[in-house]
Design a protein around this ligand. Structure first.
Ligand code: SF4
Length: 294
């Protein structure tokens, strides 16, 4: 069963997959950048930003030696900006010690959780491990069945990935994600053209698989934090007096949320500074940290 399912999905992927720029690379740095970007940003936006980021920082060395302000400016618009700083710390580690080539080693890099470690291990280093994102979870539950538990789903995905060898390993990881995104879709699965429809217990009757809803952005601290970084990125010298910065945000209140009280505003700046995304000195707010953290 595993062999037939793998062959069907791999043949389908080979013929039908969408050509995203991260699908054609095996370079661990490019793979890591794409996976970190895709963690919380839609593919349509990553398509545009991924090549620009790599053009600006073409290697782990280039990323590791940049200022945090430069990295944050290049990341601006992708959201969840702490990812950019973690990626830079991971680049610094790799520059110093080389690439870990297995899941456990990759998972020790800054900002790399078990999912991303598995993705990079399979896509860049041919380690045949399963990768369970939202799309993969959905089709595993529908096509294979079993309880909706992370450990069970991971074990199923690992069993399906295990026979992979050579280039098949990366193709299989891409295929599993692409299949869930474009065929076994959340709302209207394409059972009519599904390459593994034969024997699928959910064929024609697939239930919607719930995913946790994201909280509204407007009025959230994420909205204010993102706006501070966007304004600083767009300003000459990537710095502004705190009073002017606050005024800029007030002008965008329709999009971001109502003007914050003094204590809330300080908390936003304090949180950003704590996370190394800005630093403040003598009433001036600057993008990034004053020095690169090792
Ligand atoms: S037949 Fe339908 S529900 Fe089953 S795996 Fe294919 S697309 Fe998903």
């Amino acid at each position: 069963m595993v062999g037939r399912l793998r062959r069907s999905l791999l043949a389908w992927y080979d013929a039908e997959h969408r050509d995203f720029p991260w699908r054609s690379t095996r370079d661990p740095y490019a793979v890591l950048v794409s996976e970190v970007m895709l963690q919380q940003t839609q593919a349509a936006r990553v398509v545009e930003r991924f090549p620009r980021f790599l053009a600006r920082f073409p290697s782990v060395e280039a990323l590791a030696s940049a200022s945090t302000a430069e990295v944050l400016a290049a990341w601006s618009g992708l959201g969840y900006n702490r990812r950019a700083l973690a990626l830079q710390r991971a680049a610094a580690t790799v520059t110093q010690h080389g690439w870990p080539r297995d899941v456990a080693g990759l998972a020790r890099l800054a900002g790399v959780g078990p999912y991303t470690a598995r993705a990079v291990a399979s896509l860049a280093f041919d380690v045949p491990v399963g990768v369970v994102d939202t799309n993969v979870r959905r089709w595993l539950l529908r096509r294979i069945g079993g309880p909706d538990r992370p450990a069970t789903l991971q074990a199923t995905a690992d069993a399906l990935a295990a026979p992979g060898q050579g280039g098949d390993v990366a193709a299989w990881t891409h295929a599993t994600m692409e299949f869930g995104a474009s065929i076994c879709r959340a709302r209207s699965p394409r059972c009519d053209i599904c390459p593994v429809a034969s024997g699928c217990p959910s064929r024609g009757v697939a239930a919607r698989i719930a995913v946790p809803r994201q909280a509204a952005l407007r009025g959230s601290s994420r909205a204010y934090r993102g706006a501070v970084l966007r304004v600083l990125t767009a300003t000459d010298g990537r710095a502004l007096p705190a009073t002017l910065l606050r005024r800029e945000l007030s002008a965008q209140s329709q999009r971001i949320g109502p003007r914050l009280g003094e204590a809330e505003w300080r908390a936003i700046l304090g949180g950003l500074e704590h996370d190394g995304l800005i630093h403040q000195r003598e009433g001036i707010v600057r993008l990034g940290t004053a020095t690169i953290e090792a």
